[in-house]
Ligand binder design. Structure first.
Ligand SMILES: [Zn+2]
Length: 468
């Protein structure tokens, strides 16, 4: 049986400052090597101070993943030499003397399957290596320490995944979860990085390191399954090793680093005292946590009568569920949900497109009301929405400028239907004998009114005229 376990590094991007100093947590928009200080580059004599908000946010992730929170947390130095690590060690957590990392023994349900969480730890991110040019044979490597010391949460699962598809579903659930908690923006470049441990039957375990996209980790795991199975079939031993994902060639490649487990010489970090996590503090955090995605979905289905799929799609997308919360009233909730999930999500499904939307909650609410009050048809509603997202114009401006208002005036609608009856004598005769064919006439009215006639009223008038 194939066994897959994950280690996910998730940046706490919503923090103001780094894990142990006052440098900015948002290192992305700052000129290289200017977001640094003696603490995060480890100058002698500098002392780290633990970021309280980082501990709180990591605790919230642990709670949301059903983990136990220990009474005390402590930090360790993980020693290794690499150019992106200015101090020569990474401050992380390590359960050397019992559980002192921020979470342990949690679980997440995905499609009825339980994925157990072994451990969650709070640690600092190293800097970034930037390779000059794209070639593998590049001679120049640049180092940017702006990221060094920013806060990461590492989530370690048990090897409970049976296939790469489950991995992708889990990662999507996890990304939605941290976004919903307001602790991380998982769609920022590098905000979530994944290591995958994988072994097929009769094979040694292989670790795939540091894959930056969920699609790529799924591909890398598929590749590894095929590679390992083909070796096993030919009785060639699968080496226990670390491999990396070559994005360009779409294959995993044995890493140049030594194969044996490195000796990290974990040492207790004596510059940071052991921190007690008070139970009442944990309870306060729990109470402050936003409604979970699962609870949100239940509320949408129960309170507003949304179909479960609609509740599912809406609750798991923070951007759109926030928009829903601000836009809906008790009377238009279902219509607002409908507009967001069927039309708006189609226009803007990526982060970039969402950011470009010139839409406010007011737009969506006005649109839903106009549809519910028969001021415009659903069809015209789609056109109005397209215009709103592009221009940000108000509902009333759009209705008048695009002439989308319903043909609600009964006498003008009757006149149009009379005209159609004259033009379509054959169809009218047929509809009198076979009521199922009436849709043809309704369609003609819709075309003539450019979709602005209310379908139900139109049908009522046609049926009355047919039976008279
Ligand atoms: Zn710093």
């Amino acid at each position: 049986m194939t066994k897959i376990g994950l280690e996910i590094h998730c940046q706490l991007t919503k923090l103001e400052s780094k894990l142990f100093c006052n440098c900015k947590a948002d290192y992305r928009s700052i000129p290289q090597n200017s977001n640094i200080c003696p603490v995060c580059i480890g100058l002698p004599g500098s002392l780290p101070i633990l970021n309280k908000k980082a501990v709180e946010k990591a605790t919230m992730i642990s709670l949301a993943l059903g983990c136990q929170i220990p009474e005390r947390i402590s930090f360790f130095r993980k020693n290794y030499f690499y150019p992106d690590l200015p101090k020569g060690f990474q401050v992380t957590q390590y359960n050397a003397y019992g559980p002192t990392s921020i979470g342990s023994d949690g679980a997440v349900q995905i499609e009825g399957k339980e994925i157990k969480i072994r451990r969650i730890q709070l640690e600092e991110d190293p800097g970034r290596l930037v390779y000059e040019g794209s070639s593998e044979k590049t001679q120049i490597t640049l180092v940017d320490y702006n990221r060094a010391g920013t806060a990461l949460v590492e989530i370690v699962t048990e090897p409970d995944f049976e296939n790469p598809r489950q991995v992708r579903i889990f990662l999507n659930v996890l990304a939605d979860l941290v976004e919903n908690l307001g602790v991380s923006d998982p769609y920022l470049e590098g905000a979530m990085r994944v290591d995958g441990n994988i072994s097929v039957e009769k094979a040694n375990r292989v670790e795939i390191k540091n894959v930056g996209s969920f699609r790529d980790i799924e591909k890398a795991l598929h590749f590894e399954i095929t590679r390992q199975q083909s070796l096993v079939e030919r009785n060639i031993p699968v080496a226990a090793e670390t491999r990396h994902w070559d994005e360009a060639r779409k294959i995993t490649v044995s890493s140049r680093s030594k194969e044996e487990e490195q000796d990290y010489r974990y040492l207790p970090e004596a510059d940071i005292p052991i921190v007690r996590i008070a139970q009442n503090k944990v309870e306060t955090l729990k109470a402050q946590m936003p409604e979970s995605i699962v609870a949100k979905k239940e509320r949408y289905v129960k309170k507003y009568g949304m179909p479960p799929q609609v509740g599912d799609v809406l609750s798991s997308d923070k951007f759109y569920s926030d928009l829903f919360e601000k836009a809906h009233t008790d009377t238009n909730a279902k219509e607002v949900a409908n507009i967001i999930t069927t039309d708006l999500m189609g226009f803007a499904d990526t982060r970039e497109k969402k950011m470009e939307l010139k839409i406010t909650p007011r737009h969506i609410s006005d649109l839903a009301d106009a549809i519910l009050n028969n001021k415009i048809t659903r069809n015209s509603g789609k056109l109005a929405l397209q215009e709103m997202v592009k221009t940000g114009k108000s509902m009333s401006e759009i209705v008048s400028s695009l002439d989308l208002g319903n043909v609600s005036d009964m006498s003008s609608l009757e006149k149009i239907i009379d005209e159609i009856f004259k033009e379509e004598e054959k169809a009218v005769l047929e509809a009198k004998q076979n009521p199922d064919t009436v849709n043809y006439i309704v369609g003609k009215v819709m075309r003539k009114t450019k979709g602005k006639a209310d379908p139900r009223t139109t049908l009522e008038i046609i049926q009355r005229k047919l039976s008279s």
